[in-house]
Design a protein around this ligand. Structure first.
Ligand SMILES: C[S@@+](CC[C@H](N)C(=O)[O-])C[C@H]1O[C@@H](n2cnc3c(N)ncnc32)[C@H](O)[C@@H]1O
Length: 366
């Protein structure tokens, strides 16, 4: 059985999405924001068959019920399991989280279980303790950046409490978390908190910030971005703050300070007709348009290799059109190294597609 978490309002759409991909699977709702998926095949076969899922925030592959009679007893059982299956000295992450319906219920108990696991590992298997959360700090060299992406040698242990006395346990040994990126999130429960910058022109800020965190890649000084549908300018604002340059395209002007910025080149006009003279590092697009137009736009930019990275919002009017996103899943070119198609925590009736086109030669490049 595999468990899949979604935002509560998205669970019906997740169900539809999974049934389109795996019509013979059995789906059992567990609460308002969780589904159990039963289908034959290994985890990698399920992943290949399902593809990207827009409405899944987190997967717990091969999950099973896990009793929590007491904090100490649960930690003891878990430590025994870990000693039996995790390689000594190798890095792993432990996510102990509550899922009772009310977001924070049980968080304290989860913290106590985690502390007890650490205490018991200290006594019973110190070599395993060394690997706990060992990669994040070492791999990125930036201790302030929480939750970097999984490394190939990392394993992931998820314990999800669904009440005070019971939960589900999923252990995904290396390289499973690395090869399952886009399904299994490094962020606990697949939720990405983003600090809002009050100086940004609008709350659209959070969508780009969340996408960068999920990609494990941020726009940096010296890079060039095209921002389509850029006004009033929260997406443009972020790369500009970091010393990148932005070609901003909109029918309306951006906020005054951004219009005056030497790092911003403003093009007044139709985002769908804009083609950069040379390839750029980033395509950013948050234009308000019919979903098929935004889907066509990202495919065109990627096929023409006009950018190395892309973050594009697909907006919806109602709830009937979500199946159109399957076009992206089917038609994303093979040279796109990685992409994710996701309803972000910061999204309203939208989805976001972001990814890396790859290091191959850029079209028209030198
Ligand atoms: C949601 S807003 C973008 C918000 C922006 N990302 C930000 O952070 O401030 C959508 C923008 O798309 C622009 N837009 C819609 N259709 C467009 C088109 N065909 N060409 C250019 N801009 C367009 C609108 O003028 C609007 O400013």
């Amino acid at each position: 059985m595999h468990l899949i978490l979604s935002a509560p309002e998205n669970r019906p759409f997740l169900e539809q999405e999974l049934l389109r991909a795996l019509p013979t699977s059995v789906l059992e709702p567990l609460g308002d924001s969780m589904l159990a998926l039963k289908a034959p095949g290994s985890w990698s076969e399920i992943r290949a068959a399902v593809g990207q899922t827009v409405f899944a925030r987190q997967w717990l592959p091969e999950a099973r019920s896990f009793p929590v009679p007491s904090i100490r007893a649960a930690a003891e059982t878990l430590v025994t399991e870990l000693i039996g299956c995790l390689p000594e000295g190798a890095p792993w992450r432990l996510q102990v989280e509550p899922r009772f319906g009310v977001t924070d219920a049980g968080r304290h108990r989860c913290e106590l279980i985690r502390d007890s696991v650490i205490e018991q590992l200290r006594k019973r298997r110190r070599s395993l303790l060394k690997g706990l959360d060992a990669v994040p700090k070492a791999a990125l060299g930036d201790p302030n950046r929480a939750c970097p992406l999984f490394q190939p040698e990392e394993s992931l242990v998820q314990l999800l409490l669904t009440s005070l006395e019971v939960g589900f346990l999923s252990i995904l040994p290396a390289p499973g978390p690395f090869t399952s990126m886009g399904w299994v999130s490094p962020f606990p429960l697949g939720e990405v908190p983003v600090a809002v910058d009050k100086a940004a022109p609008s709350r659209a800020f959070a969508k780009l910030a969340e996408s960068e965190r999920r990609m494990g890649r941020a726009i940096v000084a010296g890079e060039t971005c095209v921002d389509l549908g850029a006004a009033p300018g929260s997406w443009t604002y972020q790369p500009v703050q970091r010393g990148a340059r932005v070609i901003a395209v909109d029918r309306s002007p951006l906020r005054d300070d951004l219009m005056r910025s030497p790092r911003v080149t403003f093009h007044q006009g139709d985002a769908f007709r804009f083609v950069p003279e040379t390839p750029v590092d980033w395509l950013l697009c948050d234009v308000i348009a019919a979903p098929e137009r935004s889907i066509g736009l990202v495919l065109e930019w990627v096929r023409e290799r006009r950018c190395r990275y892309f973050v594009v919002t697909i907006k919806f009017k109602g709830q009937e059109d979500y199946a159109q996103l399957d076009v992206l899943k089917r038609e994303m070119p093979r040279w796109v190294e990685s992409f994710q198609l996701l309803h972000l925590c910061a999204n309203k009736n939208e989805a976001c597609v972001f990814g890396t086109v790859g290091d191959g030669p850029l079209k028209n490049a030198g």
